[in-house]
Ligand binder design. Structure first.
Ligand SMILES: Nc1nc2c(ncn2[C@@H]2O[C@H](COP(=O)(O)OP(=O)(O)OP(=O)(O)O)[C@@H](O)[C@H]2O)c(=O)[nH]1
Ligand SMILES: [Zn+2]
Length: 315
């Protein structure tokens, strides 16, 4: 089994279509192509790969994708696709401007919960005082969930970061692999350039290599924050619809901490929290604001809309 002994370990650090950039434990990188469907890898995957035979270029083939701890999906109208694996946490970066979509924020959080990945929300552009105050107010339900040590929201000013901004970010990111998600314009590139000096240049090179010179950027990209390669950021452009289709409707409440907190008190063990009598969730929603309202109307609407969506669209 001479071939077996040549198998090398690696981590996928960029992908474009079916082609990947694989990094070896000593930091070398090379383009690899999947061998068959089963070895289709995504960024963050640990793989076993084989260098091309001598004289056939400096590329390689992915022979096996090792077992994943978790897998993050996104979906478009046609299909659901995986795009990142083995994450320690997800940083959802939104900003005072442009105004963020609460529904997209909630969906990203649900996607993370469903995979058992810890989410962290950051609100950027604190220098834009009034829009920031409005966004901060809209985040009340998410800040409140933080009291249970679940979410919390980190205020940031990434364009002119204070020492405190840097320290808090580092405290959250050190030693972890973090997927950075957020809508266009929220400051993802600013964040990466702040934490990964010289990030732009190697990205361009890798994109070009994987694209055989065509000028499109790779969709998902891994960056080391430190020379010792202990902390990593994964950048994935846009704030696309997250692939939630793999979540069963009855699993949804468990992925929304504020709803889950009240779901234990329902009369029926298989309560959908949509119409049943004696429902702990509906009771918590009905409490008027100011009287200890514990599930906001907007969060409950997101729950019921998504429950409906997941019940109908199975593809
Ligand atoms: N006022 C203010 N503007 C900021 C801050 N951080 C980033 N910006 C600006 O916001 C704009 C968008 O920032 P980017 O880092 O390009 O955002 P992005 O999330 O990478 O956007 P896409 O590439 O479209 O996904 C840029 O003009 C930044 O200069 C901040 O703290 N305050
Ligand atoms: Zn219920």
């Amino acid at each position: 089994m001479a071939e077996r002994s040549a198998l090398m370990e690696g981590t996928v650090v960029a992908s474009h279509g079916r082609h990947c950039m694989v990094e070896t434990p000593d930091g070398e990188r090379r383009i690899c192509h999947p061998r068959g469907k089963k070895s289709q890898a995504v960024v963050g995957d640990h793989v076993l790969w084989l260098p091309s035979p001598p004289g056939q270029g400096e590329e390689g083939s992915i022979e096996k994708v090792l077992q994943r701890n978790n897998l993050f999906y996104r979906q478009d109208e046609v299909r659901t696709k995986s795009f990142a694996a083995n994450l320690d946490q997800v940083l959802i970066l939104i900003a005072a401007e442009p105004v963020f979509s609460e529904s997209q924020l909630a969906r990203a959080l649900i996607a993370a919960e469903a995979e058992g990945i810890a989410p962290l929300i950051a609100l950027n552009k604190s220098d834009l005082v009034e829009p920031f105050a409005r966004a901060w107010e809209r985040l009340v339900p998410y800040r409140r969930m933080g009291c249970g040590k679940r979410y919390g929201v980190l205020p940031l000013s990434l364009e002119c970061p204070s020492d405190l901004d840097r320290a808090l970010l580092l405290e959250h990111l050190q030693g972890k692999t973090t997927l950075v998600l957020g809508p266009s314009g929220s400051g993802k590139s600013t964040l990466i350039n702040l934490l990964v000096p010289g990030a732009a240049a190697p990205t361009g090179e890798i994109s070009q290599a994987l694209n055989s010179g065509r000028h499109t950027t790779t969709s998902t990209h891994w960056y080391w924050m430190d020379a010792l390669r202990t902390s990593a950021l994964i950048d994935s452009p846009g704030f696309q619809e997250f692939g939630l289709q793999h979540i069963a409707p009855m699993q949804l409440a468990a992925c929304m901490p504020d709803i889950a907190e009240h779901a234990g008190g329902c009369k029926f063990y298989n309560c959908t929290h949509l119409h049943e009598p004696g429902c702990g969730v509906l009771d918590a929603v009905k409490k008027p604001t100011g009287e200890g309202e514990e599930i906001s109307a907007s969060r409950y609407k997101i729950y019921s809309d998504l429950f409906d969506e997941l019940s109908h669209a199975r593809y």
